[in-house]
Design a protein around this ligand. Structure first.
Ligand SMILES: [Zn+2]
Length: 160
């Protein structure tokens, strides 16, 4: 667009496979989305913020095996149970309390020497979320679709 050179220059995220225009990457998009979620003007429900963060963490190998199991259970509760924001927040809080840092024997964060996770050709990535937002699609619908497709694909990541 700016010059005739490098028309096809694009970057692909090694972890989630997202395809980007020059200058974008998953981490910076994620940070932008977190800012978007907490902007009072956007009135983003807590449940949608939770789904957004969980999708990013799962698709970028940030979760330990135990946390992946936790994430799958949380996604199932939300997507199949049709939880509203208040119930989900209560559920998240109680599950987190049950897995409090002082008592639980596992970490959320994936260790650097953990088994490598299989690559999955995700149907929806954070790049798609950004693209649809620019098109003016409803944010909660985009994020819910992201979470739903990821939930359907993520079982290959789990050991049990
Ligand atoms: Zn990525």
């Amino acid at each position: 667009m700016l010059s005739g050179e490098g028309m096809d220059v694009s970057a692909r995220c090694e972890q989630c496979g997202a395809q980007f225009d020059v200058g974008e990457d998953c981490q910076s998009l994620h940070e932008w989305l977190v800012g978007y979620d907490f902007d009072p003007d956007n009135a983003v429900p807590h449940a949608i913020h939770f789904l957004q963060v969980t999708c990013f963490m799962v698709q970028h190998d940030r979760y330990s095996d135990e946390a992946l199991g936790w994430a799958q259970a949380m996604l199932r509760a939300h997507l199949e149970g049709g939880m509203d924001t208040r119930r989900l927040r209560k559920f998240v809080t109680s599950r987190l309390a049950g897995a409090a840092a002082e008592t639980r024997a596992w970490r959320f964060q994936r260790a650097s020497d953990a088994r490598p996770l299989p690559r999955i050709a995700w149907q929806v990535t954070i790049a798609d979320v950004a693209r649809r937002m620019r098109q003016g699609d409803a944010y909660d619908e985009i994020v819910t679709l992201w979470a739903r497709t990821m939930f359907n694909q993520m079982s290959a990541l789990l050991v049990l």
